[in-house]
Design a protein around this ligand. Structure first.
Ligand code: BES
Ligand code: MN
Ligand code: ZN
Length: 497
């Protein structure tokens, strides 16, 4: 999408579609009022006669009268004027973008953040407009051969703001938003791709393809022999049960001097999680193709970081393999030695994410990072705790916790702080090894984090459990692209923007 920004009156700007906000009880936003005057009270009449209620998120498309400078008019309900908040405005943006994507307009201007931008700030008005456009327009058709849905006509999207300076900030925000949504699209494409196509080798090739497209990026891909040489026994124990070769994918973004400590992002890349010998029940097992969403979101974040040319160093570390049962698969009771040297009793082969991550976290130390953030669809318990709305955030550093929580809030991709505590770690005691890979069922998300914390001693580290937020189930089934907005906002802030 080609974004632009405009300041001043909606009555003066020629466009294929003017998108304006209307409150309930016939109250109009400034942009709606200005057009209403040109149209001899067209909008206020519709409200008065009950044809448009202004209910939050409702939309109505109208051909606009010759006197208006827009070929179409899209009314978007903002709800009760006195109650307008960020949430309602974001919803209106999303519904407005969805509605305009279905029109024949080739260009449009959204005035939804005109005069309401104080709720978001002009920069985030641009950012969240780009995000809303992405949500309205993203499609995944890679596996389809049949008739395609009609192509979206809109090519240029303007953001109408009050003042010149607000318009400048909104455009910068939209450009950031565009980089973020391009990252999200890559994340979603990778995660939505079926697991028989999206294998660890496929992920590695996609990472290499991405690095080829950007000067600042480089990759290194390790295979089974190198993983063996590194003594990544925990990672290998998961990869044993499948014919698909494992990959350890490293992507580097070089934006600052080599001497500057990088931020390392670690992403869980299980391209299919059958549970292994501790086989999962069949219900919705297909969704375990999304178990590489952590990896995909880290790759998507690297794309955005490269597009934004952030002046920081970022390294992505992605352990990727399938978790499958076979005659060679790891069995419950097996004891393996992780790269750190610690031994682990595998009580449940379905708790595989922490096993590939613990070796990746140990490996991450070699980059002497300033910060490590891992991203993983790690536990069903996190889905039970937080549902599909909030990402679970656990960290051994309060400052980092605050940074990530704030980034999520700003980006509209929120996380919730959950505890890291010794009591949870104690449930991992084993009678035979240093510890086991599973504790009690209760508090499962916190136990998984406690397991990982054993491998990040002395590091500034945070863990994002995206099991609930990474994809949608049901008729809307598909990857959400989260937590790319959170991660990129965090990195933009670290880069001083
Ligand atoms: N990939 C799953 C977690 C998951 C489950 C994500 C459901 C999204 C939806 C993970 O590998 C797993 O199986 N975790 C187990 C751990 C348990 C055996 C300790 C779980 O959460 O049940
Ligand atoms: Mn599992
Ligand atoms: Zn898993």
């Amino acid at each position: 999408m080609d974004f632009f920004a405009k300041s001043g009156s909606s009555a003066k700007q020629r466009t294929g579609c003017a998108i304006v906000g209307v409150y309930t009880k016939g109250q109009l936003t400034q942009a709606a009022e200005e057009l209403d005057k040109l149209g001899n009270g067209l909008i206020s009449d519709l409200c008065k006669h009950g044809d448009f209620s202004g209910e939050a998120g409702s939309t109505l498309l109208l051909p606009s009268p010759a006197k208006m400078p827009c070929s179409r008019l899209m009314l978007v309900g903002l709800g009760d004027k006195a109650k307008l908040d960020k949430r309602t405005l974001v919803k209106a943006l999303q519904e407005g973008m969805k509605a305009v994507s279905r029109t024949g307009a080739g260009d449009a201007i959204s005035y939804l953040t005109h005069g309401t931008e104080s709720l978001l700030g002009p920069r985030y008005a641009g950012r969240l407009t780009a995000d809303a456009w992405h949500k309205a327009s993203y499609r995944f058709l890679a596996h389809r051969t049949g008739p395609k849905p009609p192509a979206i006509k809109l090519k240029r999207l303007g953001i109408g703001m009050d003042t010149r300076s607000a318009a400048t900030a909104a455009l910068r925000g939209a450009e950031e938003g565009s980089a973020i949504t391009q990252g999200m699209a890559l994340t979603q494409d990778l995660a939505n791709t079926a697991a028989n196509v999206c294998t660890p080798s496929h992920l590695a090739r996609e990472a290499q393809k991405l690095a080829k497209a950007h000067k600042s990026l480089s990759t290194e891909v390790l295979g089974p022999a190198e993983i063996h040489k590194l003594k990544m026994g925990a990672f290998q124990s998961v990869a044993r049960g499948t014919e698909e070769p494992a990959r350890l994918i490293v992507i580097k973004h070089r934006g600052a001097a080599a001497s500057e400590a990088p931020i390392v992002l670690v992403g869980k890349g299980i391209t299919f999680d059958s549970g292994g010998i501790s086989l999962k029940p069949p219900l919705a097992m297909d969704e375990m193709k999304f178990d590489m969403n952590g990896a995909a979101s880290v790759i998507g974040t690297m794309r955005a970081v490269a597009l934004l040319e952030l002046p920081i160093n970022v390294v992505a570390v992605i352990p990727s393999c399938e978790n499958m049962p076979s005659g060679r698969a790891t069995k419950p009771g097996d004891i393996i030695t992780s790269m750190s040297g610690k031994t682990i009793e595998i009580l449940n082969t379905d708790a595989e994410g922490r096993l590939i991550l613990c070796d990746a976290l140990t490996y991450a130390r070699r980059f002497k990072p300033s910060t490590i953030v891992d991203v993983a669809t790690l536990t069903g318990a996190c889905v039970i705790a937080l549902g599909p709305f909030l990402t679970g955030l656990m960290s051994n550093d309060d400052g980092l916790t605050e940074e990530l929580l704030a980034a999520g809030k700003r980006a509209g991709d929120e996380a919730w702080h959950l505890p890291l505590a010794k009591d949870y770690e104690d449930t991992l005691k084993s009678n035979f090894a240093d510890f086991s890979n599973m504790g009690t069922r209760e508090g499962g998300a916190l136990i998984a984090a406690a397991f990982l914390s054993k491998f990040t001693k002395g590091q500034r580290w945070a863990h994002l459990d995206i099991a609930g937020t990474a994809w949608k189930s049901g008729t809307q089934k598909g990857s959400t692209g989260r937590p790319v907005p959170l991660l990129v906002d965090f990195l933009l802030t670290r880069a001083g923007f």
